[in-house]
Design a protein around this ligand. Structure first.
Ligand SMILES: Cc1cc2nc3c(=O)[nH]c(=O)nc-3n(C[C@H](O)[C@H](O)[C@H](O)COP(=O)(O)O)c2cc1C
Length: 443
């Protein structure tokens, strides 16, 4: 048994699909995803389960990769059919919770560093040090078209801009020294001018004078989350990220990925224990194996093959309607989108021989990583196996339907992990950095 504990994050999208394309159609999916109460309820449930973090995924366009049309996304309520703004949703959740980390996805390709630094510093202050940022570079042509571009930046260009973006926001968060906000009524001294500095950043992508007009956030800066899968993406993650999401499919692939990321972090002069690798899984839990199997089958049934294929097309940046649906996914595709997702579905295709239509249904029903369906005991066995093998530092749990599916995690799986000493029973700190055991960066 290891001394250290698992970290648990929940992947939620402020839209119809969080863990499964069947999610919004599930009979136990409850509540109005356009209401504040829906998200506050999710936040409170996760806090009952002592989760580290709620993380909201995001994209900046409704995908039209499948057949060049919005139809499949909108009709079947697929992953990108509707997305509320994560920062607004997280602000609402912040007011209903006390401990839960709050992760917003924001793209370095389409945001401006000053606006982002200010918004996340605000969330970190208002939540008492619970803000995290999922740093994405975006990979969809449709997103470029919403920002005045006719095509996306290249992957290299996106990561180059992202590196400079991170340098600028880090300088902005440090532009107020700790303690610069004095608020002495007598002197009077609201803020000490000697401890607030311009940053005078001048670079290839950004010119920003600063300082920020918000004082240094409680955590120094928000926790950085990343999900780079390509070689360039892994280097970016190793340089900056503190939580890394990954969808490895198989345990040995996960071990190799984590070892690679830790070795790269050392090359960037970092302590590898300051990065937490969290594979995304969709646990399907029942009181008995039979019930879990029935639940699993129901998710498949409710997940229209075209909705999963539509999302897979968007993830890969490849129009999969161009290929025969009764044949397997072609090998050696040129994938402008997420290489990690291509690796994951290619592996599954090799293992199972699924046709493209079947793959679409499987992809839509949930993640393709198998073995996480069963009773709380069998799912906990599998999670323990991954953790003890060094495949991960915790998990990013995707819930098949909300908020009902969270009950199975919070009241079934979490107590089982706690009984095994694998997960906290009480919150043990006030900021997200405390929960994750991460240092507060010096200013
Ligand atoms: C679990 C997971 C969640 C992700 N969430 C988002 C997201 O919400 N928005 C987004 O634009 N990209 C998201 N991505 C994509 C990554 O940020 C990244 O762009 C992608 O993995 C491609 O990286 P690469 O260019 O290094 O291959 C996610 C990736 C993974 C694996």
């Amino acid at each position: 048994m290891l001394d250290k504990k698992l970290h648990l994050a929940a992947f939620v999208s402020a839209g119809p699909v969080s863990g499964s394309h069947a999610g919004w159609r599930h009979p136990e999916a409850d509540g109005d995803l356009l209401s504040a109460a829906y998200y506050q309820n999710i936040g409170r449930l996760l806090e009952q389960g002592r989760f580290d973090l709620l993380f909201i995924a995001d994209i900046l366009a409704i995908p039209d990769t499948l057949g060049g049309s919005l139809d499949s996304q909108l009709r079947y309520g697929a992953l990108g059919a509707l997305r509320l703004d994560p920062l607004v949703v997280l602000s609402i959740i912040a007011g209903a919770t006390k401990h839960l980390g709050l992760g917003a996805t924001i793209s370095t390709t389409y945001a401006q560093p000053y606006v982002l630094a200010r918004a996340l510093a605000t969330l970190d202050h208002l939540s008492g040090g619970r803000a995290a940022w999922n740093i994405v570079t975006s990979f969809q042509e449709a997103e470029a078209r919403n920002f005045g571009l006719t095509e996306q930046l290249s992957r290299e260009g996106r990561y180059e801009r992202a590196d400079e973006f991170l340098e600028v926001v880090t300088k902005l968060w440090n532009s107020w020294e700790d303690g610069a906000l004095v608020r002495d009524r007598e002197t009077p001294l609201f803020a000490d001018p000697a401890r607030v500095h311009r940053i005078d950043h001048s670079g290839k992508w950004f010119n920003v004078r600063g300082p920020l007009n918000v004082s240094r956030p409680p955590q120094g800066r928000p926790v950085f989350i990343q999900a780079g899968a390509s070689d360039r993406g892994r280097d970016f993650a190793a340089r900056w990220a503190e939580i890394i999401f990954v969808t490895p499919g198989l345990i040995d692939v996960a071990v190799e990925f984590r070892n690679d990321l830790r070795a790269r972090a050392v090359r960037f002069g970092r302590d590898p224990d300051t990065i937490k690798v969290l594979p995304g899984i969709v646990p399907v839990i029942g009181d008995t194996e039979k019930q879990a199997k029935a639940q699993h089958d129901q998710l498949h049934e409710l997940s229209h093959p075209e909705s999963g294929l539509s999302t897979l097309s968007y993830h890969l940046g490849v129009d999969l309607s161009r290929f025969p649906q009764d044949q397997v996914l072609p090998e050696d595709l040129n994938v402008p989108g997420v290489e990690g997702h291509y690796r994951e579905v290619s592996e599954l295709t090799r293992r199972s021989g699924l046709s493209l239509a079947e793959l679409g249904q499987r992809y839509g029903a949930g993640r393709t990583t198998s073995g996480f369906a069963g009773t709380p005991g069998t799912v906990a066995d599998r999670m323990q196996e991954w953790f003890e093998a060094g495949a991960c530092d915790g998990f990013m749990l995707q819930v098949p339907y909300l908020p009902g599916g969270l009950g199975e995690l919070v009241h079934g799986l979490v107590p089982e992990l706690q009984r095994r000493g694998l997960f906290r029973t009480e919150y043990d700190g006030s900021t997200l950095r405390d929960l994750l055991g991460l240092p507060r960066p010096a200013g």
